[in-house]
Design a protein around this ligand. Structure first.
Ligand code: V47
Ligand code: SF4
Length: 375
């Protein structure tokens, strides 16, 4: 690949206006762009230029490597005490006969189903069930580890954790320690949505606020745990809200260096209380990946969540700053197919995932949760 050539030329591309040239020079010098520059990229930059900038950074960090992970999901319940307007998945507690609730035994059986298979991670995520408390989940973690000690457990969004900790009257540090000692290794990035108070109140007003979400991740980082961060985009937020969201993440990352990966999640509008909001175009999605790659200079990885985005868009994203494709996922993932994602059956074999990555000239590399290469 022409990575070295690009390195010499992004600030001397013919026809660059002074503003774009300044940003290109900053990128070449590993300098961070400002919030105003981020906004300008969203509002005015041609898609081709965003692609050049984001791809330059992506290749400087990772060359052609595109990481994937062998994982599977456990969704303990779809019953949820909250009622986020964008959510197609949850069943209110009062209507829980439509929902599912798994016992510890049923969940451990799901782990056992992968005995002898080379998976490295289980991702546990679901609704917020009032009866599944921190002690229930601590027991689950212990039993999973007792069965398969080396399996990395990435589990529970800050939304689930905030509820568990409050219900048990534990401080964040006490609650996090309890789960960490029971076997929780890292946190997924969900529940971040959009940090801006006004937008957040409108789309998911009753769950943990931005400061709480960030503090829970900080608490995990301080215990040496790694976490991810998401951003739900393409609904009622503005570009300025997306930049504000990324700015808050960039600041916390400066402090703790605990985030692994940033995952922009495109809003899907099927079967939820925001179905009147049209979905964004692919162009908008690629812009968002690219600006994220450029803005978050202290995040090593940007992930496209292919079950939500669809295979072709995920492939395209590899030219707009993305270097990670999440995992090969069992068909137990329902949150996305229920919101109208491209993938009605989000399962890929490793071979298919590798083909998907190599079709666009990248090299698939298996990683574990912490981005150690798996040979
Ligand atoms: O926070 C819910 C999103 C998230 C919709 O950390 C929706 O590796 C789009 O965060 N349209 C949970 N998005 C999932 C999540 C995640 C997924 C994969 C990997 C990781 C990781 C984290 O799903 C929620 C919310 O933002 N979501 N409904 C919807 N209609
Ligand atoms: Fe509950 Fe999560 Fe759905 Fe919100 S997004 S209603 S917290 S399951």
């Amino acid at each position: 690949m022409g990575m070295i050539d690009i390195a010499k030329t992004i600030s001397s591309l013919p026809g660059l206006t002074a503003d774009w040239k300044n940003i290109a020079i900053k990128i070449e010098n590993h300098e961070r762009i400002t919030a105003d520059e981020g906004l300008k990229l969203f509002e005015e930059a041609p898609l081709s230029l965003l692609g050049i900038f984001a791809n330059y950074i992506r290749e400087r960090l990772h060359g052609n490597k595109t990481y994937f992970n062998r994982n599977f999901h456990i969704e303990p319940t779809n019953v949820c005490v909250f009622s986020c307007k964008f959510c197609s998945y949850s069943k209110l507690y009062s209507k829980r006969e439509d929902g599912w609730e798994l016992s510890i035994e049923e969940m451990v059986d799901k782990v056992k189903a992968y005995d002898g298979k080379p998976i490295t991670e289980v991702h546990i995520v679901g609704g917020v069930h009032p009866k599944m408390d921190i002690y229930f989940f601590a027991e689950l973690l212990k039993q999973i580890k007792a069965h398969r000690q080396t399996l990395h457990i990435k589990g529970f969004t800050a939304v689930e954790l905030d509820y568990m900790f409050r219900k048990a009257k534990l401080s964040r540090i006490e609650g996090m320690k309890l789960l960490n000692e029971a076997g929780l290794d890292s946190l997924p990035g969900g529940g971040a949505e959009i940090f801006d108070d006004e937008v957040r109140n409108e789309i998911s007003g009753d769950k943990v606020d931005a400061a709480g979400w960030l503090d829970i991740h900080k608490t995990a980082h301080n215990l040496g745990m790694h976490t991810n961060a998401t951003m739900l985009f393409g609904h009622i937020e503005t570009y300025a809200h997306r930049i504000d969201h990324m700015e808050r993440l960039r600041q916390l990352q400066d402090e703790t260096k605990g985030f692994n990966t940033f995952i922009p999640l495109k809003f899907r509008n099927h079967d939820n209380d925001m179905s009147y909001v049209p979905e964004t175009s692919s162009i908008e999605d690629m812009k968002t990946y690219a600006v994220a790659r450029i803005y978050l200079d202290n995040f090593a990885h940007v992930k496209a969540y292919w079950p939500m985005l669809g295979r072709e868009q995920a492939q395209l994203s590899l030219s707009f700053g993305v270097n990670d494709m999440d995992g090969t996922i069992d068909d137990s993932t329902k949150i996305y197919s229920m919101a109208g994602s491209e993938e009605q059956n989000p399962t890929l074999t490793t071979e298919e995932l590798v083909t998907m990555i190599s079709q666009v000239g990248r090299v698939a590399v298996e990683r574990d949760t912490l981005y150690n290469e798996v040979v």
